[in-house]
Design a protein around this ligand. Structure first.
Ligand SMILES: Cc1cc2nc3c(=O)[nH]c(=O)nc-3n(C[C@H](O)[C@H](O)[C@H](O)COP(=O)(O)OP(=O)(O)OC[C@H]3O[C@@H](n4cnc5c(N)ncnc54)[C@H](O)[C@@H]3O)c2cc1C
Length: 390
Protein backbone atom coordinates (compact mmCIF):
# COMPACT_ATOMS: atom_id res chain seq x y z
CA UNK A 1 0.00 0.00 0.00
CA UNK A 2 1.19 3.56 -0.73
CA UNK A 3 -0.23 6.64 1.03
CA UNK A 4 1.01 10.14 1.68
CA UNK A 5 0.75 9.93 5.47
CA UNK A 6 0.83 6.77 7.61
CA UNK A 7 -0.67 7.34 11.06
CA UNK A 8 0.14 4.89 13.85
CA UNK A 9 -2.59 4.74 16.50
CA UNK A 10 -6.36 4.94 16.15
CA UNK A 11 -7.02 6.98 19.29
CA UNK A 12 -8.38 10.53 19.19
CA UNK A 13 -5.12 12.07 17.89
CA UNK A 14 -4.68 9.67 14.99
CA UNK A 15 -8.32 9.67 13.93
CA UNK A 16 -8.76 13.44 14.12
CA UNK A 17 -5.59 14.06 12.12
CA UNK A 18 -6.61 11.49 9.54
CA UNK A 19 -10.04 13.12 9.16
CA UNK A 20 -8.66 16.67 8.87
CA UNK A 21 -6.08 15.60 6.28
CA UNK A 22 -8.67 13.66 4.28
CA UNK A 23 -10.85 16.78 4.07
CA UNK A 24 -7.85 18.53 2.45
CA UNK A 25 -7.37 15.74 -0.08
CA UNK A 26 -4.38 14.14 1.68
CA UNK A 27 -4.35 10.34 1.64
CA UNK A 28 -3.78 8.55 4.97
CA UNK A 29 -3.95 5.13 6.56
CA UNK A 30 -4.38 4.53 10.31
CA UNK A 31 -2.74 1.45 11.86
CA UNK A 32 -4.31 0.49 15.20
CA UNK A 33 -3.05 -2.34 17.39
CA UNK A 34 -6.41 -3.06 19.03
CA UNK A 35 -9.88 -3.95 17.74
CA UNK A 36 -12.38 -1.14 17.36
CA UNK A 37 -14.53 -2.50 20.21
CA UNK A 38 -11.53 -2.43 22.51
CA UNK A 39 -10.68 1.17 21.64
CA UNK A 40 -14.30 2.22 22.11
CA UNK A 41 -14.49 0.46 25.48
CA UNK A 42 -11.81 2.63 27.09
CA UNK A 43 -13.07 5.18 29.60
CA UNK A 44 -10.85 8.22 29.66
CA UNK A 45 -11.13 11.99 29.36
CA UNK A 46 -14.34 14.00 29.36
CA UNK A 47 -13.63 17.74 29.38
CA UNK A 48 -12.93 19.44 26.04
CA UNK A 49 -11.47 22.91 25.70
CA UNK A 50 -13.47 25.20 23.44
CA UNK A 51 -10.63 25.03 20.87
CA UNK A 52 -10.94 21.24 20.70
CA UNK A 53 -14.70 21.51 20.18
CA UNK A 54 -14.04 23.95 17.32
CA UNK A 55 -11.58 21.50 15.76
CA UNK A 56 -14.16 18.69 15.94
CA UNK A 57 -16.61 20.90 14.03
CA UNK A 58 -13.93 21.77 11.48
CA UNK A 59 -13.41 18.02 11.03
CA UNK A 60 -17.18 17.65 10.38
CA UNK A 61 -17.48 15.52 13.53
CA UNK A 62 -19.15 17.99 15.88
CA UNK A 63 -22.89 17.42 15.34
CA UNK A 64 -23.51 14.87 18.10
CA UNK A 65 -21.06 16.63 20.40
CA UNK A 66 -23.03 19.86 19.98
CA UNK A 67 -26.32 18.03 20.57
CA UNK A 68 -25.34 15.86 23.52
CA UNK A 69 -22.30 17.58 25.05
CA UNK A 70 -22.79 19.94 27.95
CA UNK A 71 -21.34 23.43 28.04
CA UNK A 72 -19.80 24.19 31.44
CA UNK A 73 -19.27 27.83 32.33
CA UNK A 74 -17.56 27.12 35.65
CA UNK A 75 -16.51 24.56 38.26
CA UNK A 76 -16.22 24.43 42.02
CA UNK A 77 -13.38 23.78 44.45
CA UNK A 78 -14.22 22.43 47.90
CA UNK A 79 -11.57 23.34 50.46
CA UNK A 80 -11.31 24.21 54.12
CA UNK A 81 -15.02 23.71 54.69
CA UNK A 82 -16.18 25.98 51.87
CA UNK A 83 -17.28 25.50 48.28
CA UNK A 84 -15.93 28.22 45.98
CA UNK A 85 -16.86 28.60 42.32
CA UNK A 86 -14.55 29.53 39.46
CA UNK A 87 -16.60 31.42 36.88
CA UNK A 88 -14.85 30.37 33.68
CA UNK A 89 -17.14 32.35 31.40
CA UNK A 90 -16.68 35.60 33.26
CA UNK A 91 -12.95 35.28 33.89
CA UNK A 92 -11.93 33.95 30.46
CA UNK A 93 -13.75 36.61 28.49
CA UNK A 94 -16.74 34.49 27.49
CA UNK A 95 -15.24 31.03 26.98
CA UNK A 96 -16.26 27.69 28.47
CA UNK A 97 -15.50 23.96 28.26
CA UNK A 98 -17.56 21.12 26.78
CA UNK A 99 -18.23 17.95 28.78
CA UNK A 100 -18.34 15.10 26.25
CA UNK A 101 -16.76 11.71 26.87
CA UNK A 102 -13.64 10.66 24.97
CA UNK A 103 -15.41 7.38 24.20
CA UNK A 104 -18.21 9.23 22.38
CA UNK A 105 -15.79 11.54 20.62
CA UNK A 106 -13.76 8.55 19.40
CA UNK A 107 -16.95 6.87 18.17
CA UNK A 108 -17.85 10.03 16.21
CA UNK A 109 -14.38 10.11 14.66
CA UNK A 110 -14.57 6.45 13.60
CA UNK A 111 -18.00 7.00 12.06
CA UNK A 112 -16.74 10.05 10.19
CA UNK A 113 -13.76 8.10 8.85
CA UNK A 114 -16.09 5.29 7.74
CA UNK A 115 -18.42 7.74 5.97
CA UNK A 116 -15.54 9.09 3.90
CA UNK A 117 -14.07 5.66 3.21
CA UNK A 118 -11.02 6.24 5.42
CA UNK A 119 -8.48 3.41 5.58
CA UNK A 120 -8.12 1.98 9.10
CA UNK A 121 -6.32 -1.27 9.83
CA UNK A 122 -7.25 -2.82 13.19
CA UNK A 123 -5.41 -5.56 15.06
CA UNK A 124 -2.12 -4.46 13.49
CA UNK A 125 0.53 -6.25 15.55
CA UNK A 126 4.27 -5.64 15.69
CA UNK A 127 4.04 -2.30 13.91
CA UNK A 128 7.60 -1.38 12.92
CA UNK A 129 8.89 1.91 11.50
CA UNK A 130 11.63 1.82 8.85
CA UNK A 131 14.01 4.30 7.17
CA UNK A 132 12.66 7.32 9.04
CA UNK A 133 15.60 9.51 8.08
CA UNK A 134 15.29 8.69 4.38
CA UNK A 135 12.91 10.25 1.81
CA UNK A 136 11.04 6.96 1.55
CA UNK A 137 10.02 5.71 5.00
CA UNK A 138 7.79 2.67 5.34
CA UNK A 139 5.91 0.84 8.06
CA UNK A 140 5.28 -2.89 8.43
CA UNK A 141 2.91 -4.84 10.66
CA UNK A 142 1.63 -8.33 11.24
CA UNK A 143 -2.03 -9.36 11.07
CA UNK A 144 -4.17 -12.41 10.38
CA UNK A 145 -3.50 -11.90 6.65
CA UNK A 146 0.26 -11.99 7.07
CA UNK A 147 2.74 -9.13 6.89
CA UNK A 148 1.47 -5.71 5.74
CA UNK A 149 3.58 -2.85 4.41
CA UNK A 150 2.77 0.78 3.70
CA UNK A 151 5.12 3.18 1.91
CA UNK A 152 4.59 6.86 2.65
CA UNK A 153 6.03 10.37 2.71
CA UNK A 154 5.54 10.88 6.45
CA UNK A 155 4.87 8.74 9.52
CA UNK A 156 2.80 10.12 12.40
CA UNK A 157 3.31 8.54 15.81
CA UNK A 158 -0.08 8.94 17.50
CA UNK A 159 0.11 5.65 19.37
CA UNK A 160 -0.09 6.85 22.94
CA UNK A 161 2.37 6.64 25.81
CA UNK A 162 3.09 2.91 25.40
CA UNK A 163 3.30 2.97 21.61
CA UNK A 164 6.17 2.03 19.35
CA UNK A 165 6.76 5.37 17.58
CA UNK A 166 8.59 7.27 20.31
CA UNK A 167 10.71 4.16 20.96
CA UNK A 168 11.83 4.28 17.31
CA UNK A 169 13.73 7.51 17.98
CA UNK A 170 17.35 6.78 18.97
CA UNK A 171 18.02 7.43 22.64
CA UNK A 172 20.90 9.74 21.70
CA UNK A 173 18.35 12.05 20.04
CA UNK A 174 15.45 11.85 22.51
CA UNK A 175 15.37 13.94 25.69
CA UNK A 176 12.84 12.83 28.28
CA UNK A 177 11.45 14.87 31.19
CA UNK A 178 9.41 13.01 33.76
CA UNK A 179 7.79 13.52 37.13
CA UNK A 180 6.00 10.64 38.82
CA UNK A 181 3.55 11.55 41.58
CA UNK A 182 3.40 9.41 44.73
CA UNK A 183 -0.32 8.56 44.35
CA UNK A 184 -2.96 7.54 41.84
CA UNK A 185 -6.63 8.22 41.11
CA UNK A 186 -9.20 5.54 41.77
CA UNK A 187 -12.02 6.27 39.31
CA UNK A 188 -15.59 4.95 39.31
CA UNK A 189 -18.08 5.32 36.48
CA UNK A 190 -21.72 4.90 37.52
CA UNK A 191 -25.03 5.23 35.78
CA UNK A 192 -26.27 7.85 38.24
CA UNK A 193 -27.25 11.50 38.01
CA UNK A 194 -24.16 13.67 38.73
CA UNK A 195 -24.12 15.24 42.17
CA UNK A 196 -23.77 18.70 40.64
CA UNK A 197 -24.28 20.38 37.28
CA UNK A 198 -20.58 21.36 37.30
CA UNK A 199 -17.37 19.58 38.27
CA UNK A 200 -16.33 19.73 41.93
CA UNK A 201 -12.62 19.42 42.78
CA UNK A 202 -12.00 18.75 46.48
CA UNK A 203 -8.87 19.33 48.51
CA UNK A 204 -9.23 17.41 51.76
CA UNK A 205 -6.90 16.25 54.51
CA UNK A 206 -7.73 12.62 53.57
CA UNK A 207 -6.74 13.33 49.97
CA UNK A 208 -8.04 14.78 46.73
CA UNK A 209 -11.47 13.96 45.23
CA UNK A 210 -13.23 14.91 42.01
CA UNK A 211 -16.91 14.79 41.09
CA UNK A 212 -17.13 14.71 37.31
CA UNK A 213 -19.54 13.40 34.71
CA UNK A 214 -19.84 12.18 31.15
CA UNK A 215 -23.52 13.14 30.70
CA UNK A 216 -26.54 14.04 32.83
CA UNK A 217 -27.07 10.34 33.63
CA UNK A 218 -23.46 9.13 33.76
CA UNK A 219 -21.17 10.16 36.62
CA UNK A 220 -17.41 9.82 36.96
CA UNK A 221 -15.94 10.16 40.45
CA UNK A 222 -12.34 9.94 41.58
CA UNK A 223 -10.45 9.75 44.86
CA UNK A 224 -6.70 10.00 45.43
CA UNK A 225 -5.26 6.66 46.62
CA UNK A 226 -1.75 5.42 47.49
CA UNK A 227 0.10 3.73 44.63
CA UNK A 228 0.14 0.52 46.66
CA UNK A 229 -3.67 0.20 46.47
CA UNK A 230 -5.34 -2.23 44.05
CA UNK A 231 -8.80 -1.94 42.52
CA UNK A 232 -9.78 -5.22 44.23
CA UNK A 233 -9.13 -3.52 47.60
CA UNK A 234 -11.98 -1.12 46.93
CA UNK A 235 -15.58 -2.36 47.05
CA UNK A 236 -18.17 0.06 45.67
CA UNK A 237 -19.40 0.73 49.21
CA UNK A 238 -15.90 1.56 50.43
CA UNK A 239 -15.39 3.92 47.49
CA UNK A 240 -18.64 5.83 48.07
CA UNK A 241 -17.99 6.10 51.80
CA UNK A 242 -14.50 7.51 51.23
CA UNK A 243 -15.70 9.92 48.54
CA UNK A 244 -18.39 11.27 50.89
CA UNK A 245 -15.84 11.84 53.65
CA UNK A 246 -13.84 14.10 51.33
CA UNK A 247 -16.81 16.19 50.14
CA UNK A 248 -18.58 19.02 51.98
CA UNK A 249 -21.55 17.66 53.99
CA UNK A 250 -24.14 19.35 51.76
CA UNK A 251 -22.64 17.71 48.65
CA UNK A 252 -22.20 14.29 50.31
CA UNK A 253 -25.83 14.39 51.44
CA UNK A 254 -27.16 14.68 47.89
CA UNK A 255 -24.69 12.26 46.25
CA UNK A 256 -26.55 9.47 44.45
CA UNK A 257 -24.57 6.23 44.56
CA UNK A 258 -24.96 3.10 42.47
CA UNK A 259 -23.06 0.08 41.18
CA UNK A 260 -19.82 0.90 39.40
CA UNK A 261 -19.82 0.08 35.69
CA UNK A 262 -16.08 0.71 35.48
CA UNK A 263 -13.50 1.03 38.21
CA UNK A 264 -9.77 1.56 37.70
CA UNK A 265 -6.67 3.12 39.22
CA UNK A 266 -4.56 5.48 37.11
CA UNK A 267 -1.09 6.48 38.35
CA UNK A 268 -0.31 10.18 37.94
CA UNK A 269 2.64 11.18 35.84
CA UNK A 270 3.97 14.21 33.95
CA UNK A 271 6.13 13.39 30.93
CA UNK A 272 7.50 15.17 27.86
CA UNK A 273 9.68 13.79 25.06
CA UNK A 274 11.69 16.21 22.94
CA UNK A 275 11.95 16.73 20.04
CA UNK A 276 8.59 15.67 18.64
CA UNK A 277 10.18 15.01 15.24
CA UNK A 278 12.79 12.57 14.02
CA UNK A 279 13.42 12.59 10.27
CA UNK A 280 10.07 11.83 8.62
CA UNK A 281 8.44 10.81 11.93
CA UNK A 282 6.27 13.31 13.84
CA UNK A 283 4.85 12.53 17.29
CA UNK A 284 1.42 13.74 18.42
CA UNK A 285 -0.58 13.43 21.64
CA UNK A 286 0.22 10.97 24.42
CA UNK A 287 3.00 9.46 22.31
CA UNK A 288 5.04 12.56 23.17
CA UNK A 289 3.64 13.84 26.44
CA UNK A 290 1.26 13.05 29.28
CA UNK A 291 -0.05 15.00 32.24
CA UNK A 292 -1.86 14.09 35.44
CA UNK A 293 -5.61 14.40 34.74
CA UNK A 294 -6.06 17.30 37.21
CA UNK A 295 -7.06 20.20 34.97
CA UNK A 296 -8.13 17.92 32.06
CA UNK A 297 -5.27 18.79 29.74
CA UNK A 298 -4.25 15.35 28.31
CA UNK A 299 -6.69 15.02 25.45
CA UNK A 300 -6.74 18.76 24.88
CA UNK A 301 -2.98 18.98 24.40
CA UNK A 302 -3.24 16.16 21.87
CA UNK A 303 -5.72 18.35 19.96
CA UNK A 304 -3.31 21.26 19.60
CA UNK A 305 -0.59 18.91 18.28
CA UNK A 306 -3.05 17.64 15.69
CA UNK A 307 -3.99 21.17 14.73
CA UNK A 308 -0.36 22.26 14.19
CA UNK A 309 0.53 19.04 12.37
CA UNK A 310 -2.46 19.20 10.08
CA UNK A 311 -1.67 22.81 9.17
CA UNK A 312 1.98 21.93 8.50
CA UNK A 313 1.13 18.92 6.29
CA UNK A 314 -1.47 20.90 4.33
CA UNK A 315 1.14 23.63 3.70
CA UNK A 316 3.63 20.98 2.56
CA UNK A 317 1.20 19.33 0.14
CA UNK A 318 -0.54 22.47 -1.16
CA UNK A 319 2.50 24.74 -1.61
CA UNK A 320 5.56 22.54 -1.09
CA UNK A 321 6.53 24.71 1.89
CA UNK A 322 8.18 22.63 4.63
CA UNK A 323 8.78 25.49 7.08
CA UNK A 324 5.80 24.59 9.26
CA UNK A 325 6.84 20.94 9.39
CA UNK A 326 10.34 22.04 10.38
CA UNK A 327 8.87 24.27 13.10
CA UNK A 328 6.29 21.74 14.32
CA UNK A 329 8.22 20.35 17.27
CA UNK A 330 9.09 23.75 18.75
CA UNK A 331 5.60 25.12 18.17
CA UNK A 332 3.85 22.12 19.72
CA UNK A 333 6.25 21.90 22.67
CA UNK A 334 5.73 25.57 23.55
CA UNK A 335 2.06 24.84 24.22
CA UNK A 336 2.72 21.38 25.69
CA UNK A 337 4.92 22.85 28.42
CA UNK A 338 2.26 25.42 29.35
CA UNK A 339 -0.23 22.57 29.80
CA UNK A 340 2.40 20.69 31.84
CA UNK A 341 2.84 23.71 34.08
CA UNK A 342 -0.89 24.13 34.62
CA UNK A 343 -1.51 20.42 35.32
CA UNK A 344 1.40 20.30 37.77
CA UNK A 345 0.11 23.46 39.49
CA UNK A 346 -3.43 22.12 39.91
CA UNK A 347 -2.14 18.73 41.06
CA UNK A 348 0.19 20.33 43.60
CA UNK A 349 -2.53 22.64 44.84
CA UNK A 350 -5.17 19.99 45.49
CA UNK A 351 -3.48 16.72 46.48
CA UNK A 352 -2.10 15.50 49.75
CA UNK A 353 1.56 14.54 49.31
CA UNK A 354 2.97 11.88 51.69
CA UNK A 355 6.03 14.02 52.41
CA UNK A 356 4.11 17.25 53.02
CA UNK A 357 4.88 18.95 56.29
CA UNK A 358 2.51 21.36 58.05
CA UNK A 359 4.22 24.25 56.27
CA UNK A 360 3.33 22.82 52.83
CA UNK A 361 -0.30 22.40 53.86
CA UNK A 362 -0.46 26.00 55.05
CA UNK A 363 0.88 27.09 51.66
CA UNK A 364 -1.82 25.10 49.84
CA UNK A 365 -4.51 26.70 52.02
CA UNK A 366 -3.04 30.14 51.44
CA UNK A 367 -2.86 29.61 47.68
CA UNK A 368 -6.57 28.68 47.62
CA UNK A 369 -7.52 31.60 49.86
CA UNK A 370 -5.56 33.91 47.59
CA UNK A 371 -7.16 32.42 44.47
CA UNK A 372 -10.67 33.17 45.67
CA UNK A 373 -9.76 36.64 46.93
CA UNK A 374 -8.18 37.77 43.67
CA UNK A 375 -9.95 38.27 40.35
CA UNK A 376 -6.52 38.29 38.68
CA UNK A 377 -5.70 34.84 40.07
CA UNK A 378 -9.08 33.51 38.93
CA UNK A 379 -8.48 34.96 35.45
CA UNK A 380 -5.18 33.06 35.22
CA UNK A 381 -6.87 29.83 36.25
CA UNK A 382 -9.83 30.35 33.89
CA UNK A 383 -7.62 31.25 30.92
CA UNK A 384 -5.66 28.02 31.31
CA UNK A 385 -8.64 25.80 32.12
CA UNK A 386 -10.68 26.78 29.04
CA UNK A 387 -7.49 26.36 26.99
CA UNK A 388 -4.73 28.63 25.79
CA UNK A 389 -5.11 29.62 22.13
CA UNK A 390 -3.67 27.46 19.35
C1 LIG B 1 -6.77 5.68 32.21
C2 LIG B 1 -6.69 7.05 31.61
C3 LIG B 1 -7.56 8.07 32.05
C4 LIG B 1 -7.48 9.36 31.51
N1 LIG B 1 -8.33 10.34 31.96
C5 LIG B 1 -8.23 11.58 31.43
C6 LIG B 1 -9.05 12.64 31.87
O1 LIG B 1 -9.90 12.46 32.74
N2 LIG B 1 -8.90 13.87 31.29
C7 LIG B 1 -7.96 14.11 30.28
O2 LIG B 1 -7.85 15.22 29.73
N3 LIG B 1 -7.18 13.12 29.86
C8 LIG B 1 -7.29 11.89 30.41
N4 LIG B 1 -6.49 10.91 29.96
C9 LIG B 1 -5.59 11.25 28.91
C10 LIG B 1 -6.29 11.18 27.55
O3 LIG B 1 -7.15 10.08 27.51
C11 LIG B 1 -5.22 11.10 26.50
O4 LIG B 1 -4.48 12.31 26.55
C12 LIG B 1 -5.74 10.86 25.10
O5 LIG B 1 -6.28 9.57 25.00
C13 LIG B 1 -4.62 11.04 24.08
O6 LIG B 1 -5.04 10.57 22.83
P1 LIG B 1 -4.00 9.88 21.85
O7 LIG B 1 -4.78 9.56 20.63
O8 LIG B 1 -2.80 10.74 21.73
O9 LIG B 1 -3.52 8.56 22.59
P2 LIG B 1 -4.37 7.25 22.93
O10 LIG B 1 -5.77 7.60 23.27
O11 LIG B 1 -3.57 6.49 23.94
O12 LIG B 1 -4.42 6.46 21.57
C14 LIG B 1 -3.29 5.77 21.07
C15 LIG B 1 -3.77 4.61 20.22
O13 LIG B 1 -2.63 3.95 19.69
C16 LIG B 1 -2.81 2.55 19.81
N5 LIG B 1 -1.49 1.92 19.86
C17 LIG B 1 -0.65 1.83 20.93
N6 LIG B 1 0.47 1.19 20.58
C18 LIG B 1 0.35 0.87 19.27
C19 LIG B 1 1.19 0.20 18.34
N7 LIG B 1 2.39 -0.29 18.71
N8 LIG B 1 0.76 0.04 17.08
C20 LIG B 1 -0.47 0.54 16.69
N9 LIG B 1 -1.30 1.17 17.54
C21 LIG B 1 -0.89 1.35 18.80
C22 LIG B 1 -3.60 2.38 21.08
O14 LIG B 1 -4.31 1.14 21.11
C23 LIG B 1 -4.54 3.59 21.03
O15 LIG B 1 -5.76 3.29 20.39
C24 LIG B 1 -6.54 9.63 30.50
C25 LIG B 1 -5.68 8.61 30.04
C26 LIG B 1 -5.74 7.34 30.60
C27 LIG B 1 -4.78 6.27 30.11
Amino acid sequence: MKVQVCIIGGGPSGLLLSQLLHLQGIDTVVLERQSRDYVLGRIRAGVLEHGFARLMREAQCGDRMDREGEIHNGFEIAHDGVLDRVDLFKHSGGNSVMVYGQTELTRDLYEARDRLGGKIVHNAEDVTLHDLTSDAPFVTWRSGDGIGRVDCDYVIGADGFHGVSRKSIPSAVLREYEKVYPFGWLGVLSRTKPVSGELIYARHERGFALCSMRSHVLSRYYIQVPLSDHVEDWSDDAFWAELKRRLPDEVAARLITGPSIEKSIAPLRSYVAEPMRYGRLFLAGDAAHIVPPTGAKGLNTAASDVYYLHQALVARYKTGDEAALDGYSDRALARVWKAQRFSWWMTTLLHRFPDHIAYDQKLQQTELAYLFSSETAQRLLAENYVGLPF
